[in-house]
Write a protein that binds this ligand. Structure first.
Ligand SMILES: NC(=O)c1ccc[n+]([C@@H]2O[C@H](COP(=O)([O-])OP(=O)(O)OC[C@H]3O[C@@H](n4cnc5c(N)ncnc54)[C@H](O)[C@@H]3O)[C@@H](O)[C@H]2O)c1
Length: 337
């Protein structure tokens, strides 16, 4: 039975991924530092739900604590590692940049060291659409240069891609980096727009809408996203023997078993339309506080998902109104409002 080490298992995406893997009969070992970046009770509840499965175990620990992480990796000897734990969030990286250096650079290095020592079949790690930075050619595809990160968050994730490429090359470690595009859904993150908007609308408090609502995001429903991750686990890259082994549109490295893959919905949604959908679900109007675009923010993201589709035969496609309805239903039940 395949065993998967999931870092960030108490996080939003880690929780949904672990549920899916367990439902499919895999073993999951979780690792999470339960950081207080947002309400820790949500993280505890997610872990509690996962612990209902006989094939889930978890350990609380920080990525920076190599001794604890390494001991767990050696004791469990996972076949695959999916590294999702990170200091996430674009805006917070202006307030507390050091948290990003610690978790995303040192932490990711520690995970890579464990993967190398164990010789795992496949290491998969989270990057972000934020690495496309100031690029304007849309939709964003994996072949574009990503040399203009606008925040330290994006810069640490871009660094992770480079670090991972070097290990894939040196140690022949099959590695896939995902670039996620604005993930949303039940059990989502309180620092993200959908959560804040829903809370504001239901509580009757103003919500901040940046760039006068002229922002566009490729919103990816979490169940679709983790389905994409699941399928990519089975699509470990193989080091090409010659340039002809690299299919057109594939981001496979010419010198390493390494590729980056966008996971997005492949559709860009106007923020103002997204707010309309939340209002419709909540049955109330928002008090919109229009503000200029924030430093480090980009006006639009939009994923080209052709590579994901060609590797897995799958592309996310939950319409945002449906996803918003499922989120609002979860929010109302969870907070009893
Ligand atoms: N949600 C999105 O829209 C989105 C978009 C792009 C990329 N990502 C990336 O996907 C991954 C998962 O994101 P998420 O939305 O589930 O975030 P999340 O914050 O809900 O989950 C991250 C988990 O990692 C843990 N963690 C954070 N720092 C840690 C550390 N130093 N040591 C140990 N554990 C630590 C946290 O406790 C949390 O449970 C992250 O790498 C994030 O950067 C997310």
């Amino acid at each position: 039975m395949t065993k998967v080490l999931v870092t960030g298992s108490a996080g939003f995406i880690g929780y949904h991924l672990s549920q899916l893997l367990l439902e499919e009969g895999l073993r999951v070992v979780g690792y999470d530092g339960m950081t207080d970046y947002y309400d820790v009770r949500l993280k505890e509840r997610r872990h509690q739900m996962l612990l209902q499965h006989a094939h889930f175990t978890c350990k609380e620990g920080m990525l920076e604590d190599f001794e604890t992480l390494h001991a767990l990796a050696l004791a469990e000897r996972p076949d695959v590692i999916v590294h999702l734990a990170a200091q996430a969030g674009v805006r917070y990286s202006l307030e507390n940049p050091r948290a990003y250096v610690d978790a995303n650079l040192i932490g990711t290095f520690n995970v890579m060291e464990c993967a190398r020592e164990l010789g795992v079949q496949h290491l998969l790690m989270a990057s972000t659409s934020s690495v496309y930075g100031a690029n304007t050619a849309m939709p964003f595809d994996e072949g574009q240069k990503v040399d203009t990160p606008l925040t330290l968050y994006a810069a640490t994730k871009k660094a992770n891609e480079a670090m991972a490429h070097s290990y894939a090359h040196l140690w022949n470690l099959p590695t896939t980096m995902f670039r996620f595009f604005t993930v949303y859904g039940p059990w989502g993150r309180p620092d993200m727009a959908l959560f804040k908007f829903t809370r504001g609308i239901l509580e009757g408090t103003p919500i901040d809408v940046y760039n006068d609502g002229e922002m566009y995001r490729d919103f990816t429903y979490v169940t679709d996203l983790v389905r994409g991750i699941r399928l990519l686990i089975d699509a470990a890259p193989v080091r090409p023997e010659s340039p002809e082994d690299i299919a057109p549109g594939d981001s496979l490295s010419p010198v390493a078993p390494f590729r980056v893959v966008n996971i997005g919905n492949g559709e860009k949604v106007r923020l103002a339309d997204f707010v309309d959908a939340i209002e419709a679900e909540c049955g109330r109007a928002a008090m919109r506080n229009y503000l200029p675009i924030q430093p480090g923010d980009v006006p639009a993201t939009w994923a080209d998902t052709a590579l994901l589709q060609s590797l897995t035969g799958y592309a996310p496609q939950t319409p945002f109104r449906e996803g918003v309805a499922r989120f609002v239903a979860w929010y109302r039940e969870y907070y009893r409002v």
